[in-house]
Design a protein around this ligand. Structure first.
Ligand code: SF4
Length: 653
């Protein structure tokens, strides 16, 4: 077979019957759906029956590498898990780095799809010869780090170290905010897909293949990668971590915006990782504070100082790189106490367990990061659940008699730690929060609803939609709502796609800050382009941080052509992405989601407007933006649903 960068088949596993079978995938499917997320959408749309229970046997969980994974390209070690989300009831996906993505391909597959429910706990083992379900009763109950160590050792042959993706106690107890872990705490955290794995009694997927992954044009792949790497390695000296807040303050004060070149963010990432934003984001209004009711006034440079980026690199034992990543934004940190070490916490974790709960105690955040990674629970959702409970407590909706005596006052780190420990174990009031904010509202009643900040049932990420209307839009219109990894105005600036795609809006080098909020039509147009580009990124298995360096520096379209032998133009790739995006929206409509109803909560839209801080006076005209965004895909502007014709095409496959 001619090398094409992909393996040409997928694996199907039925946990109810024990059947395991290969399916050859025709080239035409890859040409249409590319791989990764696109291939997952193609499979799940046709295979999951209408109305399937996300926690029942008909739901299918797919593990997919990217089209570009293993082909000699850079930043292409991301893998995707897809399924019907028990958290939103619609399309679910989560994206993760580490080293699991190439392991799927080395077993000879472009996807592993699991349906049914096993009678007893099992794990799936695959290598070049063997594909079997094995008894997991010995590891059921172990945390993710213990599970990985045990299964990797048990299954390793001849010095090989198998790659493991697994759930922890949160997934086993079907927590709707649980995720799937690899590499000792790299989490595919969002959409609650760990609960799907737990409901299926599938503890882990263990991969030990050694097949070759070959690109059509390896020389071209190498040349493109070398050029990209030169940009990545450019690294001028930077200021000290505690001074980064000044950059955020400048961005807040200036009435104009200098269009962001993603190289600046790359430089921050390479030095510190995502924690580089710990002080910048709150200052500029990008970080939601105090359950989204606070502002940069409540979480100023003094309060964020304890989590300044140098604190994290100061205890970094070694840098961590995902597969094929020349940047290495991760790190392994040494910490005091029970665990000894942890993956360097991400910005999202620091802010959701920090500023969102007014918690200045960074040691507690290191501890909670490891606790939640080991439990296999989403740190963004867990932080939101705590912040929501704190506001309910402040408003008298709940009292000590509801919280087992815990005084849920803002910033009380001891109480936050105890509460999260109880969430993981589902003990007492911890059980009320263990499935996220939406379930907590159902358990506490309507009076708690005003304090819930959600998009379609999912807790949004740590990027304030009042500061960037692009986040407001993507939180509200994507088939997986509430996600920061799908688009924003800032991302569009960093991608600089107009340099490689014809006929799309260009952002001027400098503009008035206020204009971002007024140009509804343009925001909708660039929002649609963001969604399409992100679909390409997720089909190819590219890390979003790599894509931020700009489309002329990271040549994703050229890599895809060199890997497969295709000759598609960037414009043709975006058309394919539009079809994949429509397929995901069709999945939601097929499963009863009303797109209009997944809009993010009013508070996050500036309704009412804030009276102080970086986002003072801002509100987002979301409804009109949503309408125009949907029209960009040819969907009905009033309902957000694809047309009958589009649904028919998708049903035909
Ligand atoms: S930039 Fe960070 S998240 Fe992205 S691939 Fe590299 S190490 Fe992984």
């Amino acid at each position: 077979m001619m090398s094409k960068g992909y393996m040409g088949k997928v694996l199907h596993v039925d946990l109810t019957t024990g059947e395991i079978r290969d399916e050859a995938v025709p080239d035409s499917v890859y040409e249409k759906y590319l791989g990764g997320m696109g291939l997952g959408a193609y499979m799940l749309y046709k295979e999951i029956p209408e109305g399937a229970d996300p926690l029942g046997p008909d739901n299918i969980l797919g593990f997919l590498p990217g089209l570009l994974t293993g082909t000699g390209s850079l930043f292409t070690g991301r893998w995707m898990v897809v399924g019907k989300s028990p958290l939103t009831g619609g399309w679910g996906d989560a994206n993760c780095g580490g080293t699991f993505s190439p392991a799927i391909k080395r077993c000879g597959y472009d996807g592993i799809f699991v349906k049914g429910i096993s009678e007893k706990p099992v794990y799936l083992y695959v290598d070049d010869r063997v594909r079997e379900l094995r008894d997991a009763s010995g590891v059921w109950g172990m945390d993710t780090v213990e599970t990985e160590a045990y299964l990797s050792k048990k299954s390793g042959e001849k010095g090989k170290k198998p790659k493991v993706a697994c759930i922890g106690p949160a997934g086993e107890s079907v927590s709707l905010i649980s995720g799937i872990s690899t590499d000792n705490g790299r989490m595919a955290a969002r959409s609650g897909l760990g609960a799907v794995m737990g409901a299926k009694r599938l503890k882990a997927v263990v991969l030990a293949g050694s097949k070759q992954i070959a690109a059509r044009n390896p020389e071209e792949m190498k040349a493109l990668s070398q050029k990209c790497n030169r940009w990545v390695q450019f690294q001028p000296p930077l200021v000290k971590g505690p001074l980064t807040w000044i950059l955020g303050a400048l961005m807040r004060i200036m009435p104009t915006v200098l269009t962001m070149d993603g190289m600046l963010y790359k430089i921050l990432l390479k030095k510190w990782g995502t924690v580089s934003m710990n002080q910048i984001s709150p200052e500029m209004g990008d970080a939601p504070i105090k359950n989204w009711k606070g502002s940069s006034k409540d979480w100023g440079a003094k309060k964020s100082l304890s989590s300044n980026p140098d604190v994290f690199t100061g205890c970094e034992k070694v840098k961590y790189h995902c597969y094929s990543c020349p940047l290495g934004c991760g790190g392994i940190c040494t910490i005091e106490g029970k665990y000894g070490e942890t993956h360097k916490p991400e910005y999202e974790t620091v802010l959701s367990l920090g500023g969102l709960c007014m918690n200045e105690d960074v040691e507690s955040i290191f501890y909670l990061n490891e606790l939640l990674n080991r439990a296999g629970m989403d740190t963004i959702s867990a932080g939101h659940a705590v912040a929501f409970a704190m506001e309910c407590y402040e408003k008298g909706v709940i009292t000590n008699s509801d919280t087992d005596g815990l005084g849920l006052t803002w910033g009380n780190s001891d109480v936050i730690v105890t509460l999260v420990e109880r969430m993981v174990k589902r003990e007492g009031f911890g059980h009320v929060l263990a499935d996220g904010v939406k379930q907590a509202v159902e358990r506490l009643g309507k009076k708690s609803e005003p304090y819930a900040v959600l998009a379609g049932g999912q807790e949004p990420a740590m990027h304030d939609s009042r500061n960037d209307p692009g986040f407001a839009l993507h939180y509200s219109v994507e088939p997986t709502p509430g996600r920061h990894t799908l688009g924003s105005h800032l991302y569009y600036e960093m991608y600089q796609l107009w340099k490689v795609v014809k006929g799309i809006p260009k952002i001027p080098p400098m503009y008035w800050k206020g204009s971002k909020y007024k140009n509804i039509e343009k925001n909708a147009e660039i929002g649609a382009i963001n969604s399409k580009y992100m679909t390409i990124i997720n089909a190819a298995g590219v890390c979003m941080f790599g894509a931020f360096i700009g489309a002329r520096r990271i040549r994703i379209f050229d890599w895809m052509n060199a890997a497969t032998g295709w000759e598609f133009t960037p414009e043709q790739y975006l058309e394919k992405a539009s079809d994949i995006h429509t397929l995901k929206q069709s999945f939601n409509v097929k499963h009863g989601i009303e797109p209009k109803e997944i809009k993010i909560s009013e508070r996050a839209l500036g309704r009412p407007v804030q009276t102080e801080g970086a986002n003072k006076g801002r509100s987002i005209e979301i409804e009109e933006m949503m309408r125009r965004y949907w029209e960009q895909f040819g969907w009905d502007g009033e309902t957000g649903k694809p047309t009958v014709e589009q649904m028919k095409i998708n049903a035909a496959g």
